[in-house]
Structures are given as structure tokens and as C-alpha cells.
Write a protein that binds this ligand. Sequence first.
Ligand SMILES: C[S@@+](CC[C@H](N)C(=O)[O-])C[C@H]1O[C@@H](n2cnc3c(N)ncnc32)[C@H](O)[C@@H]1O
Length: 313
Amino acid sequence: MTNIQWHGRLPSAYFRGAGFMNYQHHFHAGNHADVLKHLALLQLIELMQQKPGGFLLLDTHAGAGLYDLNADEARRGDEARGGIERLRAAVHSSPQSAPGVPNVILDYLKRVDTFGRNHYPGSPLLAVGALRSQDRFLGVELVPKVARELGRNLDLCPRGEDGVSDRRAVARSGDGLGALKADLPPLERRGLILIDPPYEQTRERDEIVAALEAGLMRFETGVFVLWYPIKQRPYLSRWLNRIARLTDRPVLTIENSIVPDESGNRLTGSGLLVINPPWQFDTLMRPVLASLNSALREDTAAPCTLRWLNPPK
Ligand SMILES: C[S@@+](CC[C@H](N)C(=O)[O-])C[C@H]1O[C@@H](n2cnc3c(N)ncnc32)[C@H](O)[C@@H]1O
């Protein structure tokens, strides 16, 4: 049985803002943003595993771990059609003569397909499927019902013989931003921290900056990966630069858009800000981003970029 940790009361973050948390990832599973995030996550895990020492993968906003693409929620927006389904079709229909599809994309599609065409795995199940016995997974989810679902899904998650054990793959109900204080630095002294907030509350961006600052104070060598939506570019750029100024360590952003930037509030793409990216992550992600962009964009002018906010020294 997977170890599920419970905190006695509902965390206060649950009640913050105008109302209860109402974000549900079931509506968005497998969309273009999930594809970018999960490809980068698998590439980062592979690079972390070039060293034999184990590491902690802390998923601060873990979600349910597995999503039924035929459920009403998923069917409503049909977002997987513009993400995983579009990428799969593009890869399968690419002519033999086309430049090779990057291995990480093929590996990602293979991993997703092990859950069947009607399901899409979230970051916890993709990660746990890739972790070794010496690695460790902690997924934090604010909504208790979703955390219970995650616990059940972790139990069912296929792993290799030398994969991470049930005991070392834990679902916790609680506030993920708080885990950047409470759970860092990890015992292993190596860690990959995925921060994937819903961006629903106005003060969430300030809370993310404060939590990252606290996390970096405790664990400045950790690999921190923050997902963000692309909308309102001038404001977004100021916010990303504010985060980069928290540290002297290398900071990289990778972004994939499906349509060009717009001044309104529509989601035009998504990005990941990576603090302390492992060596060669940028080089490996460049062709991945190019393939992804050409497969998923709805407009040929939609950009994909890889940019150092703090270059490596
Ligand atoms: C974007 S989804 C996560 C998706 C997941 N990382 C994946 O890639 O499969 C965000 C999740 O964070 C949860 N959440 C919202 N605020 C949170 C908080 N303060 N701490 C932990 N989880 C939170 C939501 O309930 C939701 O399930």
C-alpha cells in the first residue's frame, strides 16, 4: 500500500481568496501545457539519474495522478485533443524521411500509452514510473478527496523491478507551498521540485515568490521547476524576472505557445522556469521544443523559446 499522510484539519490555503479552491485538473488533463510540463519532467528525471545517488522528487501540486479522458469533465473542453492526441498523431504520421523525433518524446508517448488510450497520467504517475529504488516521491495535494485519489492511483502505478517502492512514494494532503519550507532540504541532499499551481487566486503569484525564496534559502542547489501560463506578457515578464532575482544560480525558461501572444487574458501557451537546470538540459530540450511546437501549434507564428534569465557562470 502506498503511504498516505494526513493532516488533521483542512489546510488554511483551502479557504483562501474569494471561495473554496475549485480548480480541477480533470478538465485539462493531457492538454498542450501538460505535454510540455511532462516532457520536461521526464527529461529532468533522466538527467538527475545520471548520478547514482537517490533524490527526492517533490510534486507540490500533485493532483489526482490519473485522469479518465472519457469522463464528462475531460470531454467538456476536449483539451487532450490539442495536446497528447495531437502530438501522438503527428509523431505517428511523420514521414520516415523527416528528422528524427527526439527520444524523450518517444519515451513519453510510450509511458502515457501504458495507461491505455482512455487515460492520461499526471505528473505523479509519470514520475513514479520513472524513479529508481534509491529515489523518493512526495506528492502534496491540497484537496483531501483528490489526495485520496492520488494515493489510490499511486498504488496502481506500474513500476519497473528496480523502481521506487510503495513505501517511498507518498501522497500527502496539505499545502504544497508549505512543503518548500517543511520538506527541504531533503535527506538525500538532491532534489527535483515541481511546482504546478492552478493560478486561480490573485495573491497566488506573491505566495509562490515567497515560497520559492524560502525553498532556495533552505536548499539553494535544488532543481526547482515552476509551471506558468502564458498570458498578459508584460506582467508575466516582470514576475519571472522577480523570481530570477531571488537567486544567483542559473535560471532558464522554456516556453511553448500554440498561438502568438495576445494582450488579453486568453491562455496562448505555457512555460517552465527552471532554477539549477542539470547540465545539458537546455541543449536536449531545444529539439524537443521545436518538435512539440510544430506538432501542437494552431498558428505558424506561435513561438517556442528557451531563454536564460540568469545564465550559468
Ligand atoms: C495543475 S493541477 C496539478 C497537476 C499535476 N501536477 C500534473 O501535472 O498532473 C494543480 C493541483 O494543485 C492543487 N492545489 C491547489 N492549491 C494547492 C496548494 N496550495 N497545495 C497543494 N495543492 C494545491 C489543486 O487541487 C490541483 O489538483
